[in-house]
Design a protein around this ligand. Structure first.
Ligand code: FES
Ligand code: FES
Length: 163
């Protein structure tokens, strides 16, 4: 089947790629753009490892066709840090709170957490757990992840919020 040229805006950079209509956004990010921070776990929408932000919404990139992302703004884990020494507060908090073990779930967890904090800067523990309900972790037991997101929220929240 003929390839289609699509334009993706990923972490602020524009890419033109020729893709078959059935290829997923997760595959194109990893294989064509070499953005391998986005992980593929179940490849069927159950684990959240492939979570990215598309137009500010968190989506499973394994269930999103690359063609559906044409001319959309995508944020992947590579887009969060300003530089190797300048991690996003969520990334710092995951490291500081021991929320990363094998790390396979981490990019998806962090993007789900970013989506949550973008919409609710001072979430309760229950709201954090709800925000992560689509992301599975086989290593950490979740408590450290919830703790890390709470700490990042406290650090990022405008003064006076969440008190
Ligand atoms: S790889 Fe996409 S949800 Fe599991
Ligand atoms: S840290 Fe290993 S799956 Fe979450």
């Amino acid at each position: 089947m003929a390839k289609e040229i699509i334009e993706l805006i990923v972490n602020g950079d524009r890419y033109e790629v020729a893709v078959e209509p059935w290829r997923t956004l997760a595959e194109v990010l990893r294989e064509d753009l070499n953005l391998t921070g986005t992980k593929i776990g179940c490849n069927q929408g159950d684990c959240g490892a492939c979570t990215v932000l598309m137009e500010g919404r968190s989506v499973s990139s394994c269930l999103t066709l690359a063609a559906e992302a044409h001319q959309r703004e995508i944020v992947t884990i590579e887009g969060l840090a300003q530089g190797p020494e300048d991690l996003h507060p969520l990334q710092e908090a995951f490291v500081e709170h021991g929320a990363v073990q094998c790390g396979y779930c981490t990019p998806g967890m962090i993007l789900s957490a970013k989506h949550l904090l973008d919409h609710n800067p001072t979430p309760s523990e229950q709201e954090i757990r709800q925000g992560l309900s689509g992301n599975l972790c086989r290593c950490t037991g979740y408590s450290k992840i919830v703790e890390a997101i709470g700490a990042a929220a406290a650090k990022m929240a405008p003064a006076g919020e969440g008190e």
